[in-house]
Design a protein around this ligand. Structure first.
Ligand code: PEP
Ligand code: MG
Length: 570
């Protein structure tokens, strides 16, 4: 048995498939048989064409024509004698192996294209780099696992799963996930929960401990994996899984009900999403709106900055899917653990403390922030959209965003383009500073949403994905609890809505405390909506207040957790 972070609940029993980032290192060697080497190249090209066409067809079906065209463009490039002729020429004239010839010619084209200051040529350079990688994989015989097409009953094992890898996962086939890095609030964990796939992350050296095809058990509830389960263990976990699924069914009785306490106090219970399609999942899970649309996923799933129109369509679709219910859309929150390769940002020594989120956006007004804010304003004519600014640390940031919104509104007015004139602009309170100056920020922002994932990290000065300091990363730390309470109080004093969209909003131990402190809105992963509604229904305000008062008397996280466990309702 091995332990890790319980990142997504449930029990998975299945066969391992290891996902590895393979090395593409090769030696430049002199070859004697030129014809044989040219044949190797020709064979690799055939495989490349076939694979790329299949990928394009699949993309056309699943995503759209436009995205497929990029891949079809790659085929055209490799059919161009200008390119392939030069690679063959290098083999013939310099007597070098196909890998070296490909590398040399592709690099020449990449350099040529990237030296031209034109977006189209820059894109060509990216295309050639991509082609080179895929051709090298074929020539070197590096096996690539297509995550979206793994067989049913697969448990994915990897050092880390990047958000784009996780996005390709199909929960019909994948029954469990195990990784060596990542915490409860890493984006792969959030996506695993959205897909309802049991996941245990941060398991020490797991990739080296398993073999492809081996049967394993993933216990995402306890954060344990069993690598060589006995027949009895398989039976026991099969029963646990059945019970888990049965309990989930029982939650159905909370569907269609108000989100309220046993004593009648109502709150808003909404969902967190990463794309417009997820908005349908919120509806399906009986959510009352969206409390956090993480727009960075639109950027991460693309190969270049999504245009204003593309963004407009996505935001409009999300708003329409929610049919008049509130949809809080957060402006681009990149940096930290969310990288976007095509933005070409420099690697930073302290990415979580660096050039990210609203800081980055305010520095890139023309090409990034204005198009996004304009798209949001235009989409607000089609539903109940609110704008949310991430990682705010000082009053100047929210003022700057609000001023930009006003400027864009005036421009839309001039052009006669419709938008919601009363659109609210709120902030995520997720930094230590925002907790301390919540009183000042509450006078500027139209609403607060507490991002406990980051608030915990920044308050405790702890990296949210680092297993070595995970013991400090807890929303039950007295410092974090005090910050949450203060943010709610300051928001309420100024009469603005205070929500929470960090993972803590769905923690059954914290829900009564948050209700007692007066949190107005709980935004949770869609699959946690009914379970959270159930917890709310179990408490009266009087009981919750008693617990909330008591919680503040403890000096350590351990005492807080022990106490909340002792009063938790089944
Ligand atoms: C948070 O920090 O709590 C949050 C909701 O934002 P993210 O997890 O996207 O950083
Ligand atoms: Mg955050």
């Amino acid at each position: 048995m091995a332990k890790g972070v319980a990142a997504s609940q449930g029990y998975g029993i299945g066969q391992v498939i290891i996902i590895k980032e393979a090395s593409l290192d090769f030696q430049r060697v002199t070859i004697s048989d030129v014809e044989a080497e040219k044949k190797r190249l020709a064979d690799a090209l055939d495989v490349f064409m076939e694979k790329t066409q299949a990928m394009a067809d699949d993309m056309k079906e699943r995503i759209g024509e436009k995205e497929a065209e990029i891949l079809e463009g790659h085929i055209l490039m490799m059919q161009d004698p200008e390119m392939t002729g030069q690679i063959e020429g290098a083999i013939e004239n310099e007597h070098i192996n196909a890998e070296a010839a490909l590398d040399q010619v592709c690099d020449m084209f990449i350099q040529m294209f990237s030296s031209i200051d034109d977006e189209m040529f820059q894109q060509r350079a990216t295309d050639v780099a991509d082609i080179k990688t895929r051709m090298l994989k074929i020539l070197l015989g590096v096996e690539e696992v297509d995550i979206s097409a793994v067989p049913a009953g697969t448990v994915l094992v990897a050092v880390d799963l990047t958000p784009s890898m996780t996005a390709g996962i199909n929960n019909q086939n994948v029954v469990g996930i195990m990784t060596e890095v990542g915490g409860k609030t890493s984006h792969s964990a959030i996506l695993a929960r959205a897909l309802e796939i049991p996941a245990v992350l941060s398991i020490d050296g797991i990739v080296g401990k398993v073999k492809n095809g081996q049967t394993v058990i993933v216990d995402g509830t306890e954060g344990e994996v069993i690598l060589e389960p006995s027949a009895e263990e398989i039976d026991a976990y099969t029963a646990k899984r059945a019970k888990y699924l049965e309990d989930k069914k029982l939650l159905e009785k909370f569907r269609g009900k108000a989100s309220q306490m046993a004593s009648g106090e109502q709150v808003e219970l909404v969902g967190n999403i990463g794309n417009p399609n997820d908005a349908l999942k919120v509806v399906e899970c009986d959510g009352e709106g969206v409390g956090l649309f993480r727009t960075e996923f639109l950027f991460m799933d693309a190969t270049s900055i999504p245009s204003e129109d593309e963004q407009f369509e996505a935001y409009k679709e999300a708003a329409k899917n929610l049919d008049g219910k509130p949809v809080i859309i957060r402006t681009l929150d990149i940096g930290g653990d969310k990288a976007i390769p095509y933005l070409g940002l420099e690697t930073e020594e302290n990415p979580f403390l660096g050039y990210r989120a609203v800081r980055f956006c305010l520095d890139r007004k023309e090409d990034i922030y204005k198009p996004q804010l304009r798209a949001l304003l235009r989409a607000s004519a089609f539903g109940n959209i609110r704008i949310m600014v991430p990682l705010v640390t000082c009053v100047e940031e929210i003022r700057a965003v609000k001023a930009m919104v006003e400027e864009l509104k005036a421009d839309l007015d001039e052009k006669g383009i419709a938008y919601d004139k009363e659109i609210k602009v709120g902030i995520m309170t997720e930094t230590a500073a925002s907790g301390v100056i919540a009183d000042l920020l509450a006078k500027e922002a139209d609403f607060f949403s507490i991002g406990t994932n980051d608030l915990t990290g920044y308050t405790m000065a702890v990296d949210r994905g680092n297993a070595k300091v995970a013991y400090l990363y807890s929303a039950f730390q007295p410092a974090v609890l005090r910050s949450i309470k203060r943010i709610i109080e300051c928001g309420k004093k100024e009469g603005i809505m205070v929500g929470m969209c960090g993972e803590a909003a769905a923690d059954p131990m914290l829900v009564p405390v948050l209700l007692a402190w007066g949190l107005d809105e709980f935004s949770v992963s869609p699959t946690s909506i009914l379970a959270t509604r159930k917890v709310m229904s179990q408490w009266t305000m009087e009981e919750a207040k008693e617990v909330a008062d008591k919680v503040l008397t403890f000096a350590t996280e351990e005492e807080v957790v022990a106490y909340l466990k002792s009063v938790a309702k089944a």
